[in-house]
Each structure stands twice: as structure tokens, then as C-alpha cells.
Design a protein around this ligand. Structure first.
Ligand code: T3D
Length: 261
């Protein structure tokens, strides 16, 4: 399906979504949220997609809400409605997607654009990327899940410092803070992303998906509940063809050939 703001490409079970409004640093207008929602539904239905990559065209990853279109809004504007309708379904869909999602952060990520990167499971950033809270600079609350992820990654006090001051964080600093998994030279970003995506797309997809479910569920569970949840998920993973193949491959001393089933 052709979109106006999103490029979609497939390679070896990896789907790549490229936000494609480079002149405005891939800021998010109504079309972007609609198209992202639509494509995430497609990915969820497509068993051939075993890893998802999100990146941006041009020199930005995503600058958050399109502030140019904000000028056309009529008062009173319903921010709650817009978040519920446009942004929240994207973040929920990403969390519910039982395949790995990699943010390949090619440049600045600001506001909800940074939230989008934080909603990915893994983040690889180019050395010249930077992260800008942006919300405090325009009097808003961090949204699209940022207040959920940020304190979990950096701790409460640091999350508040980042959100309140809104200073740009360099890729290297983000790495030290645990906000990204890897930092690479800009011309190495595509290669590094492809390597991780290819490895994940060849892995036991169901097991990875259940692992994602378990890790995110842990945020709301005590140890006993989490142990029980792990036991239930293992009940599912242990019945997959990939588990049988993994054990067989180990015994036969060869690399496993996982089919994602
Ligand atoms: O309102 C709701 O619906 C609620 C939801 C809110 C979610 C949010 O995301 S709120 C936060 C919105 N985002 C921002 O406040 C970020 C605004 N942008 C910036 O602060 C800076 O542009 C950056 C730090 C991201 C990058 O700075 P820099 O110096 O590298 O680039 P630049 O020169 O500022 O921008 C380049 C172009 O992109 C420029 O266009 P022009 O002048 O050449 O035509 C600039 O206007 C455009 N651009 C950047 N960000 C946005 C944008 N255009 C529209 N919306 C943007 N968010």
C-alpha cells in the first residue's frame, strides 16, 4: 500500500518504515499518525514480518507533532482527544506487536518523535543524532508514553531533569544514560541496523515475542505474579516448532533454522 508520509520496504523478513517528511524533520501530522496506525495493523497481521525497523528520511528521525499544522487548529482544541485518537494507539500497537522493533535513529528525535523511539524495543543511534524533550519548551506534558519509559530507563529524578530542562542530549550521552543501546558512525547506521534486524528476524520469533510480553508485563507485576506469568508463557513457547528445532539443532551440533513458528 502506498502512503503519503511513510515509505515501507521489506527485506529478509524485516519490514522498514521510513518516516518521509524530511523538510520538516519528519514531524507528525494527521496523515503520519493515520498511516503509522494502518501500517502497524498490517505488520501485526503479516507473519512474514519478523522484525520491524523505524527510521527517518533526511537529517531527522522525527521532530514530534507538526507545529506548523497546529497554527491551523481552531480553539478550543481538544488535546486529550488528539492523543487518544492519534498517538496512543500507535504506542499501544507497538507494545502489543510480538516482534522486535528497532529504532534506527538517524538524526534529531524531539517531542513525540523521541517518544516514538522510546516505544521501540531497541535503539541504535547515529553519532550525530540528538534527543530533545521539547514538551517543556512549549508548555506541554511529555506524552506518547515518554513518562512511562523514561523513568524506567534512567530513574525518576533524571527523567524529571530531562523533561523539565528539555536540553538536547547527544547520542553519546544517551548511550551512557541507557537511552539507546548502541551508537554508531552515521554512515554505519544502516549496516548496523540491518545486522541486528537480520539476526532478530532469523531468531525464534514466537519466543522473542513472548519475552517482550514478559518484560513489559514485569513493570506492573510483583515477583510472584511475574513467576506465574513466565510459567504460563513458557507453556506456550515450549510448544512451538522453533523450540523443537532449537533443541534438535543443539543435539545435532548445527545452527538452528527457526521458522518463527
Ligand atoms: O499538539 C498535539 O497534538 C499534542 C501532541 C504533542 C506531541 C509533541 O510532539 S509536542 C512537541 C513538538 N515538537 C517540538 O516542539 C520540536 C520542535 N522542533 C525543534 O525544536 C527543532 O526543530 C529541533 C530541535 C527538532 C531541530 O532543530 P534544528 O535546528 O536541527 O532544525 P530546525 O531548523 O529547527 O528545523 C528544520 C525544519 O524543520 C524547519 O523548517 P523550515 O523553517 O526550514 O521550513 C522547522 O520549522 C521544521 N520543523 C522542526 N520541527 C518541526 C518542524 N516543523 C513542524 N513541526 C515540528 N515539530
Amino acid at each position: 500500500m502506498a502512503y503519503e508520509t511513510l515509505l515501507v520496504s521489506d527485506e529478509n523478513n524485516v519490514r522498514t518504515l521510513t518516516l518521509n517528511r524530511p523538510d520538516d524533520l519528519n514531524s507528525v501530522d494527521e496523515r503520519v499518525t493515520k498511516e503509522l496506525q494502518s501500517e502497524l495493523k498490517n505488520v501485526a497481521k503479516d507473519r512474514g514480518v519478523r522484525c520491524l525497523v523505524i527510521t527517518g528520511a533526511g537529517r531527522g528521525f522525527c521532530a514530534g507533532q507538526d507545529l506548523k499544522s497546529v497554527m491551523e487548529r481552531k480553539d478550543p482544541f481538544d488535546f486529550t482527544e488528539t492523543l487518544r485518537r492519534r498517538y496512543n494507539p500507535i504506542i499501544t500497537a507497538m507494545k502489543n506487536l510480538e516482534i522486535p522493533i528497532i529504532a534506527s535513529i538517524n538524526g534529531v528525535a524531539a517531542g513525540a518523535g523521541w517518544s516514538l523511539a522510546l516505544a521501540c524495543d531497541l535503539r541504535i543511534a547515529a553519532k550525530n543524532a540528538k534527543f530533545v524533550g521539547a514538551f517543556s519548551k512549549i508548555g506541554l506534558v511529555p506524552d506518547s508514553g515518554m513518562t512511562w519509559v523514561l523513568p524506567r530507563l534512567v530513574g525518576l529524578s533524571k527523567a524529571l531533569e530531562i523533561a523539565w530542562f528539555g536540553d538536547a542530549i547527544s547520542a553519546e550521552n544517551a548511550l551512557q544514560l541507557g537511552l539507546v543501546n548502541r551508537v554508531v558512525e552515521p554512515d554505519e547506521l544502516t549496516k548496523a541496523t540491518k545486522e541486528w534486524a537480520a539476526a532478530l528476524a532469523k531468531a525464534a520469533t514466537k519466543g522473542l515475542g513472548l519475552t517482550k510480553r514478559a518484560m513489559y508485563a514485569a513493570a506492573g507485576n510483583d515477583l510472584e505474579a511475574q513467576l506465574e506469568y513466565e510459567a504460563q508463557l513458557q507453556g506456550v513457547a515450549g510448544k512451538t516448532k522453533d523450540y523443537s528445532e532449537g533443541v534438535k539443532a543443539f543435539i545435532e551440533k548445527r545452527p538452528p533454522e527457526f521458522m518463527g513458528e
